[in-house]
Design a protein around this ligand. Structure first.
Ligand code: FAQ
Length: 304
């Protein structure tokens, strides 16, 4: 009975709020997805943080600093949304450190040149926005409201990345080559961010029924590709996919086969930077122990 009422509410596009009744499966599905999303924002600070000290101008450095800080903020909104489901931040961190919680595959690739800052903003934030715009309508209230705020900032991130790519693509021969190289390395991992094909995605069924996801992995991936190809053409860069072709009938691009062995290898811990990313997070967490203790002691003193 409760479950029927819950589904009726979802079907009527009403939001589910923290104190409402919800099936255990809905709660655990959300904890998994929102925490994976939060961890992605926080681990995602590492590849870009790598370039803050080497930004080519003061302007570029200020913009990158602000962007990386925004990602920290997104992580915090998302952890807070997740905590409303009855799990603590400590537990979420411990799941990440034990390798039980995932984070987006994309952040396990290295950032080798300044052009990678452009490619990440343009492609990775671009892919994240396509996904997150649809998540603004997700059925869980705190997640949906968090997404509205996050999307505003992500659009700025996408534009700053595209600006870097555009400047480099129109710069010297070497700069154009760097931009193309960054696109070559980040294109496929970016389209992998949307997850496995719908036919191989075990979570999509419940996610669509409960309106946690509003579009499937393949629908979102196609939206992203259709938006991005023209942007590459405009700045004279070439998408590294020989099978990419406009399909008149579908009014969409056909594209080549994704390397799923690479995708699952990265998801299962064997990407180029998995170990480095996780070890760095664990070290930062341990180094910050004294701050957490001091903050807790201060709060206790205030309340005593
Ligand atoms: N990486 O059945 P599905 C950002 C896992 S934010 C790793 O299709 P689902 C901002 C999946 O968890 C980027 N694992 O799963 C930024 C599941 O495993 P599980 C993060 C992946 O949940 C920019 C299994 O495969 N965004 O970038 C990936 O229905 C720049 C089967 O998959 C979000 O998290 C993957 N790419 O669909 C920050 C958005 N794909 O958990 C810094 C919210 C799949 O059963 C710098 N999340 N898996 O053990 C979602 O929309 C969904 O969770 C998907 C996956 C679409 C990621």
């Amino acid at each position: 009975m409760q479950e029927q009422l819950f589904q009726k509410k979802i079907d009527a596009e009403q939001k589910i709020e923290p104190k409402d009744w919800m099936p255990d499966g809905y709660r655990s599905h959300l904890i998994r997805q929102i925490s994976q999303h939060a961890h992605s924002e926080i681990i995602g600070m590492q590849p870009e943080g790598n370039w803050i000290t080497r930004a080519p101008s003061l302007r570029a450095k200020m913009i990158l600093l602000a962007k990386v800080q925004d990602e920290a903020g997104h992580g915090l909104y998302l952890y807070s949304a997740c905590e409303t489901l009855g799990i603590s931040r400590d537990e979420l961190n411990s799941q990440l450190h034990q390798g039980k919680a995932k984070y987006s595959s994309i952040f396990n690739y290295p950032t080798l040149s300044w052009a990678d800052m452009g490619a990440i903003g343009w492609l990775v934030d671009g892919a994240a926005i396509v996904n997150q715009v649809s998540l603004q309508k997700t059925s869980y209230g705190p997640y949906s409201r968090g997404m509205v705020k996050i999307c505003k900032e992500e659009s700025f991130h996408q534009r700053q990345g595209y600006e870097i790519m555009s400047e480099m693509a129109n710069g010297t021969k070497e700069q154009k080559e760097m931009a193309q190289d960054a696109l070559n390395r980040f294109w496929w991992p970016s389209i992998m961010m949307f997850g496995p094909h719908d036919s191989d995605s075990p979570r999509t069924g419940n996610a669509m029924k409960w309106k946690i996801k509003r579009k499937t992995n393949d629908e979102l991936r196609q939206d992203f590709i259709d938006k991005t190809v023209a942007q590459a053409e405009l700045i004279g860069l070439k998408i590294p996919d020989p099978d990419l072709k406009w399909n008149e009938e579908r009014s969409s691009y056909d594209f080549g086969e994704i390397n799923w062995d690479e995708f699952w290898g990265v998801v299962n811990g064997n990407g180029p930077c998995n170990e480095q990313r996780l070890n760095h997070h664990i070290k930062a967490h341990e180094d910050g122990e004294w701050v957490r203790k001091a903050a807790k002691a201060y709060a206790e003193k205030q309340n005593s």
